[in-house]
Design a protein around this ligand. Structure first.
Ligand code: FMN
Length: 349
């Protein structure tokens, strides 16, 4: 059955300069296929180009510095060679009629000396228990707390990475504040036990995130600055009573700044959390009045319903895009979709 009238496949004006041909976003997905110097390869150019029928692509998480790394072969955008190679990805996506945003990443306590040759850095010296995914038995290490001047240097690294991304031609940047990585580690009490201006009260826990947002806005403008958040703690760290106060504060500040969008980081958007009074995407929309990208286990029907109930929603699709480079063509024409299988992670088709 053709679905040409489905709202999911109608165009959407994200900002004056950024009109999407449909409301489908390809979710950011780490694939670990950059070369040994963390430079995007030609296979990555083809991988993204094949998926340009999405209204918007958000790249896999991309490192803002060499000490941000926690997994093998994740690309960076902190040096000229990386930025230059990303420009080939961007050009190929643009040539195929797509739009693409770079996701900026620091893993914080989830980094590993195996990749960085340095002890991991974090808000506080609190380690994550367990072994590092895709890293053959590496165990997470005890991080050392960042000094204030180091925090300020990392804020500058985000701004520099954003500058590199815009120079490479990206349509914007998405600050990765979700999924228990560095920014999330500052926002939450279980990972942030600092007693200076970056820890303690919710205002203090939000400070780092907002400084990053403001530095990136100063560099590239609010219409090219977006952020991903997971107000529900569901991966890589624990929830503590009162964490949501920091999220409420942050979302209100993001609303004042009019950033491009807020993107929910989740694997199942339908789970309700008592401390958020329901589903996390609805929670975000309570405080942030701009575009909200929801994500996590969507199919065509659920995606259209979500947009019908909130016209400022876009829907990100993750694993199905690995299984179906032409997800938009197939879904919009009611054709059969391939199921995602773990073995697909071993190639970049
Ligand atoms: C292989 C893989 C890698 C991922 N890497 C990232 C990432 O780099 N950045 C991020 O914000 N989320 C990442 N995610 C989460 C996805 O963006 C998305 O939230 C998740 O896959 C749920 O959407 P889906 O049910 O449509 O797959 C990843 C997910 C998968 C499956």
């Amino acid at each position: 059955m053709a679905m040409v009238n489905n709202v999911l496949f109608s165009s959407y004006t994200l900002s004056e300069g950024l009109v999407l041909k449909n409301r489908v976003v390809m979710a950011p997905m780490t694939r670990c296929f950059a070369d040994e110097t963390l430079v995007p390869t030609n296979d990555m150019v083809q991988y993204y180009a094949r998926r340009a029928s999405a209204g918007l692509i958000v790249t896999e998480a991309t490192l803002i510095s060499s000490d941000a790394q926690g997994y093998p072969n994740t690309p960076g955008i902190y040096n000229d060679q990386q930025a230059e190679s990303w420009s080939h990805v961007v050009d190929a996506v643009h040539q195929n009629g797509g739009k693409i945003i770079s996701q900026l990443w620091h893993t914080g306590r989830l980094s590993h000396s195996h990749y960085t040759s340095e002890q991991p850095i974090a808000p506080s010296a609190i380690s994550f228990t367990g072994s590092v995914p895709r890293s053959q038995g590496l165990i997470y290490e005890l991080p050392r707390p960042l000094k204030i001047n180091e925090i300020q240097d990392i804020v500058k690294q985000y701004a520099k990475a954003a500058e590199n991304a815009i120079k490479a031609g990206f349509d914007g940047v998405e600050i990765h504040g979700a999924n228990g990585y560095l920014i999330d580690q500052f926002l939450r009490q279980s990972t942030n036990q600092r007693d200076d201006q970056y820890g303690g009260s919710s205002i203090n826990r939000v400070r780092f995130a907002l400084q990053v947002v403001d530095a990136v806005i100063e560099q590239v403008g609010e219409s090219k600055t977006a952020i991903r958040l997971s107000p529900q703690a569901y991966i890589n760290l624990e929830y503590t009573d009162g964490d949501e106060e920091a999220y409420e504060l942050l979302l209100n500040e993001l609303d004042k700044r009019g950033v491009l969008y807020v993107h929910l980081g989740a694997f199942d958007s339908n789970i309700e959390y008592e401390y958020l009074n329901g589903r996390p995407a609805d929670y975000i929309s309570q405080f942030f009045t701009g575009t909200v990208i929801s994500c996590g286990s969507f199919n065509v029907e659920k995606a259209s319903q979500a947009i019908e109930s909130n016209s400022k929603n876009l829907i990100a699709i993750g694993r199905p895009f690995i299984a179906n480079p032409d997800w938009v063509e197939r879904a919009s024409q009611g054709q059969k979709l391939n199921d995602f299988e773990d073995k697909m992670m071993t190639t970049l088709f």
